[in-house]
Design a protein around this ligand. Structure first.
Ligand code: SF4
Length: 452
C-alpha cells in the first residue's frame, strides 16, 4: 500500500531515458572550454611593507612608529622582514604569486639609508615574483627626502612617491612640531619631480588640524594648483584617544562644520583643476591612479602586510601583526617572533562568505567620486564574484542610504552622492555585517578601530 503511494507521488519525476548519477557540479555538458594554464594560474597579490622608523613623533599619529631608530636596529628589522617573507614562502604559494604592487609605508620608509633601502629591495626581489610593470610606492616626509635616498629609490625601480605634507601653513606645521616648513615641502616635491623624474607623486594633506581654518586651508589648495602633484590625498583628522592630540578638547580644532567646508572646497577645487576623484578622499590626474588602492578598494583583492603592525587580508583571513599603537609590543618582540619561526600575527579571523561580500562593498563604496563614472560598487563585478546581486545582499542598507540621498544608482554602479562622499566612512560602515555590528556595539564603537 505504502509503495503504491510512493510510486504515485514520485514516478512523474523520473525520466528513465535521461536518468543519471550526479557526480559533478557544474554539470559537464554545459561547461565552457577551459585551458590548463587557467587552472594553474595563481592570483596576483599586493604587498605592504611597514617601516616603523620616524624622524619625529607627530602628536596626531596613531601608526606604529619609533623615533629615530639606529642604523643597527634598522638592519636587524630588515633582516626580520626577510625572515617573515621566508615563513610565508615555505608554507604558502606566496613565492608563485605575481606581485602587482608594493607599498612601503610607516613610519617613514625614507629614514632608511640608501644602502638599507637597496638591501631591502634586493631581499624582496629575490624572494617575491615581481610582475612586469609593478607599482612600487614609498611614503616619505619632506625632510627625509635627501638626494641620496631619491637617487636610490629611482635606481631600485620606485615609480610612485607619497609625501606626507599635511599642511603648507607654517603655523599649522609648527604647532604639530613637524620637521619641515611649507616651503621645504614644496622644494622636496620639486627636487623629486625635476631632479629625479618622479612622475607619480602623491601629496597627503590633513584637514581639521588645530590652527587650520577654511581661510588658511585655501592656501593649501593654491599651492596644489601651482605644484600639480599627480595625486592628492585628503585625510580628515582622526582624533584618536591615545594620541596627544586626541586628548585635547574640541576648542582647539576647527568645528566639524568648518571641516566639512574645507573638504567640499577642496573637492570642488581639485575636480575643477582636472583631477578625477578616485575615492572619497583621493584625487588623481588621468592615468596616475594608485593601483594598490584600486586593487584593494575597487576590486576587493587580497593584500599581504609585512612588518610590525601590518594588516593583511590573505588566504581568506583578515588579520594584523603584533604592534598596536599604544600597546606594549616592541620591534624586538617582532624580531624575536619571526626569528623563532612564527608568523608575528596578533589577531584576526577567517572571513565568512558574507564577510567577503561586506568587505567588498565597504571598500568599493568608498571608491565613489563626483566625476568618476566607474566609481562605487560595480554591480556586475559583485555578481560575478559572489553569484548574487548586491541589491539582494544589502536591501535595507541600500534603501536607507538612498532615502537619505547619500547614494545614487547608475545602470552599472552604486555610488555615493556629494553628501554621501562627505560622510563616506560612516556610509561604508553601514555595509558591515549584522554580526560585526553587534560585536562593535558591545565595544561601543562604530568603525572598530577602538578609538586607539
Ligand atoms: S605622521 Fe608620519 S612622520 Fe609623523 S609620526 Fe606618523 S608616520 Fe611618523
Amino acid at each position: 500500500m505504502e509503495t503504491d503511494r510512493i510510486i504515485k507521488n514520485v514516478a512523474r519525476f523520473r525520466d528513465v531515458e535521461k536518468y543519471s548519477f550526479i557526480v559533478e557540479y557544474v554539470p559537464p555538458i554545459i561547461r565552457p572550454p577551459l585551458k590548463g594554464q587557467d587552472v594553474l594560474a595563481v592570483p596576483p597579490l599586493d604587498v605592504y611593507v611597514h617601516i616603523p622608523d620616524c624622524p619625529y613623533i607627530c602628536d596626531f599619529c596613531s601608526f606604529y612608529k619609533v623615533r629615530k631608530m639606529t642604523d643597527g636596529q634598522r638592519d636587524r628589522y630588515i633582516g626580520a622582514l626577510g625572515k617573515e617573507i621566508g615563513l610565508y614562502i615555505t608554507q604558502t604559494n606566496l613565492g608563485q604569486r605575481p606581485i602587482s604592487t608594493l607599498f612601503f609605508g610607516g613610519g617613514t620608509p625614507t629614514r632608511l639609508t640608501p644602502t638599507q633601502f637597496s638591501v631591502l629591495m634586493g631581499i624582496l626581489r629575490g624572494k617575491l615574483r615581481f610582475s612586469r610593470g609593478i607599482e612600487i610606492t614609498v611614503e616619505s616626509t619632506p625632510d627625509t627626502l635627501s638626494n641620496e635616498i631619491l637617487s636610490a629609490m629611482k635606481q631600485e625601480g620606485v615609480n610612485r612617491l607619497s609625501i606626507g605634507v599635511q599642511d603648507f601653513n607654517d603655523d599649522v606645521l609648527e604647532a604639530r612640531k613637524r620637521g619641515h616648513t611649507g616651503k621645504e615641502a614644496m622644494d622636496a616635491f620639486q627636487r623629486a619631480r625635476r631632479g629625479y623624474g618622479f612622475d607619480r607623486i602623491n601629496i597627503d594633506l590633513i584637514y581639521r588640524l588645530p590652527k587650520q581654518s577654511p581661510e588658511n586651508w585655501r592656501k593649501n589648495l593654491d599651492i596644489i594648483a601651482g605644484l600639480r602633484p599627480d595625486y592628492v590625498t585628503l585625510y580628515h583628522l582622526r582624533k584618536e584617544r591615545r594620541t596627544v592630540l586626541g586628548k585635547l578638547d574640541e576648542s582647539h580644532f576647527p568645528t566639524k562644520e568648518q571641516a566639512i567646508e574645507m573638504y567640499v572646497n577642496a573637492l570642488e577645487f581639485l575636480v575643477g583643476l582636472g583631477y578625477t576623484q578616485i575615492s572619497a578622499n583621493q584625487f588623481a590626474k588621468p592615468g596616475k591612479e594608485f593601483v594598490q588602492q584600486e586593487n584593494k578598494w575597487h576590486l576587493g583583492s587580497e593584500l599581504l602586510g609585512l612588518g610590525i603592525s601590518a594588516y593583511s587580508c590573505f588566504n581568506g583571513y583578515s588579520y594584523r601583526n603584533i604592534g598596536k599603537f599604544g600597546g606594549t609590543d616592541t620591534i624586538d618582540d617582532y624580531i624575536k617572533k619571526v626569528e623563532s619561526g612564527c608568523l608575528p600575527i596578533e589577531s584576526g579571523e577567517k572571513l565568512t562568505p558574507l564577510d567577503e561580500m561586506c568587505r567588498f562593498a565597504v571598500f568599493a563604496i568608498k571608491t565613489s567620486g563626483i566625476n568618476r563614472p566607474d566609481g562605487g560598487i560595480d554591480k556586475r563585478l559583485f555578481r560575478q564574484r559572489f553569484g548574487l546581486p548586491v541589491e539582494f545582499v544589502f536591501p535595507e542598507v541600500l534603501e536607507k542610504l538612498k532615502k537619505d540621498e547619500l547614494i545614487e544608482e547608475t545602470g552599472t554602479h552604486i555610488r555615493l552622492t556629494l553628501p554621501g562622499l562627505v560622510i563616506a566612512e560612516e556610509a561604508a560602515a553601514m555595509f558591515y555585517s549584522d554580526e560585526i555590528r553587534k560585536r562593535l556595539r558591545e565595544k561601543n564603537d562604530l568603525f572598530g578601530r577602538g578609538g586607539l
